[in-house]
Ligand binder design. Structure first.
Ligand code: SF4
Length: 209
């Protein structure tokens, strides 16, 4: 990565971290995917029950493999025929892992969900929530974050899963009411009432989408 971009990411991350702290959330900057994995594991005591609701970035830093191969109880929803059963287990987990559709430079988190198990677990339930967020997801403000979430994250997810929505064909959000829409719930996390619950690891890399 270009050294000027690295410097920019490092400085911008410090601004995001200050914003997160002002909202009773914790922020960390990782210079690499390896460092992000190390920070994440330092936040997850051995023996913890952990799960997630999707999240390419979590896989990209190797966190899922580390938990599966380590001394943790990882709830993998792919192991469950009944997805609702797996989703309900998340609410009582020690740790919930997620990527984020967008984060503002002053620390607001924006997430969109279709099934909505992910945003509901982020909002309430698991004792700790750890976000893995590439610096490509930092936006100026909530308006920019919402636009990114809809026009980049949601569209790419719809195309990834080959879902029958207008955006799968046009490449941009058409504000649909398709039965298959993956934009049912919008969660804007502007403050955490519970200190020590939400942790955001900002990674000097392009992760997810
Ligand atoms: S077209 Fe529909 S599914 Fe696609 S991003 Fe917009 S609201 Fe979401």
């Amino acid at each position: 990565m270009n050294s000027n971009i690295v410097k920019r990411n490092e400085l911008l991350a410090q601004t995001v971290i200050k914003g997160l702290q002002s909202r009773n959330m914790s922020g960390y900057y990782a210079a690499s995917r390896e460092e992000a994995l190390s920070i994440a594991l330092s936040l997850i005591p051995e023996g913890s029950t952990a799960t997630m609701g999707g999240g390419v970035s979590v896989h990209e830093i190797g966190l899922v493999d580390a938990l599966k191969n380590g001394n943790y109880s990882f709830i993998d929803r792919d192991d469950y025929a009944d997805k609702r059963e797996a989703a309900l287990l998340a609410y009582d987990a020690d740790v919930f892992l997620a990527s984020c559709n967008a984060v503002t430079s002053d620390g607001v988190l924006v997430n969109i969900d279709g099934n909505s198990n992910r945003v509901s677990a982020i909002a309430h339930g698991p004792k700790k929530v750890i976000f893995i967020v590439g610096m490509n997801k930092v936006c100026d403000d909530v308006d920019g974050a919402m636009k990114r979430a809809r026009n980049v994250a949601a569209v790419t997810n719809a195309q990834r899963f080959n879902i029958s929505t207008p955006c799968s064909k046009t490449g941009t959000c058409m504000d649909c009411k398709s039965p298959d829409t993956i934009c049912c719930q919008f969660l804007i996390t502007r403050y955490s009432r519970h200190a020590g619950r939400i942790h955001v690891i900002l990674v000097n890399d392009n992760l997810g989408f």
